[in-house]
Design a binder for this molecule. Sequence first.
Ligand SMILES: Cc1cc2nc3c(=O)[nH]c(=O)nc-3n(C[C@H](O)[C@H](O)[C@H](O)COP(=O)(O)OP(=O)(O)OC[C@H]3O[C@@H](n4cnc5c(N)ncnc54)[C@H](O)[C@@H]3O)c2cc1C
Length: 361
Amino acid sequence: MAEKKGVNFVPSTTVVDMKVAIKGNDKTVTALTIESEGKQRVIPVAKKDLVFFTNGSMTQNSTQGSMTTPAVMNRSVDKRGCFSLWEKLAKVSPVFGNPEKFTLNPDASSWVSYTATITDYPQFFKYIEKKTGNVTGTAGVITMTDSNWFKSINMPIQPLYPKQPKNVQVFWGYGLHSNEIGDYIKKPMTECSGEEILQELLYHLNLLDKYKEMRPHFNVIPVMMPYITSQFMPRGLKDRPEIIPDGSRNLALIGQFVELEGDVVFTVETSIRTAMIAVYRMLELDKPITPLFEAHFDIRVIMACLKKLLGVENLTMESIPEEAMATFDINMLLMVLNTIPKLPIYYPEMEENKKDRRIKQ
Ligand SMILES: Cc1cc2nc3c(=O)[nH]c(=O)nc-3n(C[C@H](O)[C@H](O)[C@H](O)COP(=O)(O)OP(=O)(O)OC[C@H]3O[C@@H](n4cnc5c(N)ncnc54)[C@H](O)[C@@H]3O)c2cc1C
């Protein structure tokens, strides 16, 4: 569909360098170096052209294992796709941020995920439904909270893929603590093959006695993602660049590694919102960007969190800790209430989008 509107997708091609001319405070992209089938080519970028760059990816350098082999961590520091390009850009000007804050420690930002493809064994999905009460496709992740790997599985609606055969089911799982030793398989998840991950899962589901029966029906593919939580690494305020960095004339940065006040990283919404902001502002479009949903100011959310924290069904005087009551101060409460911002206007971006950033030809 996008092709019909003139979009030209160029597959199997990596942008390896971006030339940026600096004139005073102005920063203008003048060329892109692209690599395809081992050959490099320079594409000139005119002043009126716009460049939108996803300057980081949580799946960068992911690797796959198999039923019999683990997924091996890719520790390359010079071939990291968009991170490598961001590193080059960051050397041009501090306004482009500090990528190393996010890429320095893959051991801390990685975890293992896996997909399971089940053929001719519908009993498994039925068992999960019975055990958890979650009808397939209706719940979020199912977490085995006492698992050392902190394992979760997600049973999506079937078929998940357009041409998925009727006798095939797929689900997805992961372990947030992939470096810990398993409860049944005495190894870190990072060192485990698909077979071992399956055994550990069946152990937690109390299905280990069925492993031999199930094994021929399962294909479990582990995936090692070195940067999957790199967005959450400790950082300072300027480490993520602005969507349109100061002085940028034809370059906008989009995705998970740009500043977007109030939004939550890891979500598709964030990437889409950053792209919307980038396009609307660069093209000075008179189009609204839906304000963020500020759930933390919603009294229902605050109550739910408070009850969860206190471990109570209903809030009573007894459930409030004595220390909180002893230091209760009505003036303090009023001060806090007055810091709650006004309801956002539906169209807050209108003025912002009009700002003249581009070079007029
Ligand atoms: C296992 C998993 C589960 C998730 N679950 C959820 C969920 O439940 N809900 C949710 O909201 N989000 C979820 N996410 C997150 C969501 O998928 C991402 O936030 C989103 O896809 C990021 O989109 P993006 O366009 O910013 O980056 P990406 O999708 O990472 O796209 C970056 C693209 O740039 C390409 N690229 C990299 N380097 C270069 C280069 N040098 N030249 C050219 N191209 C390059 C890459 O190949 C890639 O296609 C999940 C992610 C994963 C991995």
